[in-house]
Design a protein around this ligand. Structure first.
Ligand code: ADP
Ligand code: ZN
Ligand code: ZN
Length: 795
């Protein structure tokens, strides 16, 4: 028997099936979808067994060395999905499979070290070492290399040595020691001196089943020695049992019952229930205000799926995957729910994945990658907040979750529901054309009106001499709420607002040595950090350009707003929520709980407070800088601004108290800000579609972005010229090719970046064109540093 294997080396040369002989001893396990270890040149590497065939066309076929999984970890459906992903997102197949699996199942992690060698002491010892970004001591490097499986050394020049190595970072299954009575020894007699042993023995015997050793020791106060005596006497036995790490810390969650649907909800439920019952794939767009009862609908649709003994995938953007959200699903479906998001440890992720794989759960609630959950009988896939840009993966494979959901929905004959209060322009256009079925909920469940929105012109404030970050209207409104003992939410968009460090004398801005991006100031540790490559530097005391000591951090981060609040409203109790204050596990929930219990008057935060907050006492929402997103050079910036403002506005006046929203802006006349006043999504879409049509953007045109990067500027400029010319020639009649131009971030990790944009209405055989480019440029030995990446439908 021959096994055809994709090896775990993402490269053009290895992006195909390799034949291996399956020795008799592995034949029982060698099924498509298992991981295998195979000899590959001088090395042994990991791979995925894709298919079995009788014969190989090659004469000499080596045997596989090992099968790693007792059961396939990729189902036939996921194997095919990988193939489709590779084609549709232009990536290597192995990268597609890796994206579907938890880190614990991925093979070796490739790392590269670059060592600086002291020329005076060549060749050894090696003095300082960089792991791409951070300088680590040689001792640490040695430690890292000890875990290495393969090491490749390559001298770069006299002073530098590159070391590539691979490690196998295992996340083991967690095991706990248990003890139980050996049944034949139930009635031993203990001597007087063995009183302690008798007590422990009686305790263990009194339990209904085996008990964890730790709890025996805790409950009886006995020592390990006592337990050991019982073991030695053969009265009890000890064994290990696998346990799951519980990300919710076994919190007690009260069960919730389905609510009686409102008429509006029932109307939406009808086609959904029908599609579930008849097992029909259908893309449905649920356009419903915040608070219109979408989540309750999701819960009931999932119930219908479970009743048919099928499985459900519930996707929520990472940022809204709050404890509150998770609790709602756990409360309804209890132990049947697995959770997947980046906040979990690798071990927890592995455990949740195994629960799905072993069919111990039927629902997964998770962020983007949960769309790959290894279910085999999917009855529904739901994508909440479908407009969120985080559904597009920004690294290889650059897939959009919506497309993967559609693929799986078709394969499983399951409906896919896309839900949002402000659907993406693309989805809404598809719904209008009838490609998606449009479902709407136009009122809040409790009949509460949407809050009043007022836009404050900050230019006018400035003219009136108010230099504070709070307009007079906002200051008064906050004061009013403090008096009335009602709550305020202040929202600051983090994007476009960095806390950079600038010299007030010469204007120098501290920026990363490896990337063209300014450092972000971190108060903790008084340091500067690059968000692209992770480089960290101490905060400089003087300007490196002019020597002035007037160098300090700038911009209006949440910390700065907090300070300003303390000045203007010393009596106000403020909770700040941003990446800094929510880093610790559980901090997010603690802060929100405290606000919910009225322990603070003002909640100040970034994106993470834009969603899911549902507190009756919030009657004021202030948006500090509505335009910070509008000026990002991106054709989606107006759409994102509108979506975000609507989202934030939805936090106010959710209960009996009426809500008010104050939006501060320097471009108050822009339609994405004006139309929030009327909460007029339809009108917004009409305006936005016009501007997309004029600009030649999606949904009128598809887009593809080709990024070319190299460590040498001259070379990247030259290559990108050539590539663009080639594209223009070969695609001239089918697409518009623009560029080359410098990428928005011109350099990342010491690589210069150029890009060109391809716009088209019908797919102009991009794959073949790209393959030709890759083959021509990347296989050329002189172009070792060159990298080309393609992003179809870029975000
Ligand atoms: P959305 O997801 O659209 O924001 P939710 O499903 O969270 O809306 O509903 C908003 C609020 O209304 C929640 O507190 C929810 O419990 C409640 N709710 C939803 N549906 C019903 C219903 N049919 N009857 C009573 N309350 C409901
Ligand atoms: Zn200076
Ligand atoms: Zn950097």
């Amino acid at each position: 028997m021959i096994g055809r294997v994709i090896v775990d080396v993402p490269a053009a040369q290895t992006d195909r099936l390799f034949d291996y002989l399956i020795p008799t001893e592995w034949q029982a396990f060698a099924k498509p979808g298992v991981r295998v270890i195979v000899p590959f040149g001088p090395r042994r590497i990991q791979g995925f067994l894709i298919e079995l065939v009788e014969l190989s066309e090659f004469e000499k076929v080596k045997p596989i060395a090992e099968v790693l999984d007792p059961l396939p970890i990729l189902s036939p459906e996921l194997l095919e999905l990988g193939e489709w992903l590779a084609t549709s997102t232009v990536c290597y197949r192995v990268s597609a499979y890796q994206a579907m699996l938890p880190a614990a199942l991925k093979s070796k992690v490739s790392k590269q070290l670059v060592l600086q060698v002291d020329p005076a002491m060549l060749p050894l010892p090696l003095q300082t070492l960089f792991s791409g970004r951070t300088v680590v001591a040689w001792d640490e490097a040695k430690k890292a290399l000890k875990k290495a499986i393969t090491v490749v050394k390559e001298p770069l020049d006299q002073e530098w040595l590159s070391i590539s190595y691979e490690t196998k970072e295992h996340t083991r299954v967690k095991k706990v020691k248990y003890v139980e009575i050996i049944p034949t020894n139930e009635d031993p007699v203990f001597s007087k001196r063995a009183e302690k042993q008798e007590r422990v023995f009686t305790y263990i015997k009194g339990q209904e089943a085996s008990v964890p050793v730790n709890s025996v020791l805790k409950q009886t106060g006995a020592s390990r020695a006592t337990l050991k005596s019982l073991l030695d006497k053969g009265l009890i036995q000890e064994f290990e049992k696998e346990v799951y790490r519980d990300p919710l810390q076994a919190e007690d969650i009260q069960r919730s019952e389905p609510l009686v649907l409102t008429d509006a909800q029932a109307r939406v439920m009808e086609p959904v229930a029908k599609a579930i019952a008849e097992e029909q794939h259908q893309m449905m767009l649920l356009h419903g205000l915040t608070g219109s009862g979408k989540t309750e609908l999701y819960l009931q649709a999932i119930s219908a799926v479970l009743a048919k003994n099928q499985e459900a995938i519930m996707l929520v953007p990472e940022i809204s995957l709050t404890p509150q959200m998770v609790t709602r699903f756990k409360a309804r479906f209890g132990e049947l729910v697995a959770i997947m998001h980046s906040g979990l440890s690798n071990g927890e992720k592995y455990d949740e994945w195994r629960k799905i794989h072993r069919k111990e759960v039927k629902v997964v609630v998770g962020a983007r990658s949960a769309v790959f959950a290894p279910f085999t009988n999917i009855g529904i896939i739901i994508i909440d907040e479908e407009h969120e840009t985080s559904y597009k993966q920004e690294e290889t494979p650059r897939y959009h979750t919506r497309d993967v959901a559609q693929y799986r929905g078709e394969r499983h004959r399951a409906p896919v529901i896309l839900g949002s209060a402000t659907p993406s322009i693309e989805s809404y256009a598809r719904a209008k054309k009838g490609v998606y079925q449009l479902l709407s909920l136009t009122e809040r469940v409790n009949g509460r009106p949407l809050p009043d929105v007022e836009v404050v012109d900050m230019r006018q404030e400035l003219r009136n001499g108010n230099r504070s970050m709070f307009s007079l209207a906002l200051t008064e409104a906050i004061r009013d709420r403090l008096e009335k003992k009602q709550q305020t939410v202040l929202f600051l968009n983090r994007r476009g607002y960095s806390t950079f460090v600038m010299c007030r004398d010469c204007g120098y801005v501290a920026s990363c040595n490896h990337c063209d991006i300014s450092y972000t100031y971190h108060r903790k540790g008084n340091s500067l950090k690059c968000h692209y490559c992770g480089d960290e530097q101490p905060m400089p005391e003087t300007c490196s350009e002019c020597g002035s000591d007037h160098i300090r951090f700038f911009g209006s981060g949440t910390q700065k707003v907090e300070e300003e609040l303390a000045k203007q409203f010393p009596e106000a109790r403020v909770i700040r929520m941003d990446v800094d204050t929510t880093r610790k596990k559980g901090a997010h929930k603690q802060l929100l709980d405290a606000f919910g219990q009225g322990k603070a008057d003002i909640l100040l935060g970034t994106q993470m407070i834009a969603k899911g907050l549902d507190f009756p006492k919030i009657t004021l929402v202030g948006v500090l800088a509505a335009d910070s997103m509008l000026h990002i050079p991106d054709f989606r910036s107006a759409e994102r601004t509108f979506q975000l403002l609507e989202q934030v506005a939805g936090r106010a006046g959710r209960d009996v108290l009426h809500g008010e929203v104050l939006v501060q802006s320097y471009t108050p006349e822009h339609y994405s800000i004006q139309l929030v006043k009327e909460h007029d999504y339809e009108q917004f879409v009409a305006k936005e579609m016009q501007s997309r049509k004029i600009g030649g953007y999606p949904p009128y045109y598809f887009m593809a972005l080709l990024t070319i990067s190299d460590t040498e500027l001259a070379s990247v400029m030259q290559t990108s010229q050539k590539i663009t010319r080639f594209l223009k020639e070969s695609l001239s009649d089918k697409a518009i090719v623009l560029g080359p131009s410098v990428s928005p971030i011109a350099r990342i990790k010491d690589r210069y970046r150029y890009q060109c944009v391809i716009k088209y209405r019908q797919e102009p055989k991009l794959h073949e064109t790209l393959d030709a480019i890759m083959n021509h440029y990347l296989r050329d030995a002189t172009n070792k540093k060159l990298a080309i990446s393609m992003d179809l439908h870029p975000y």
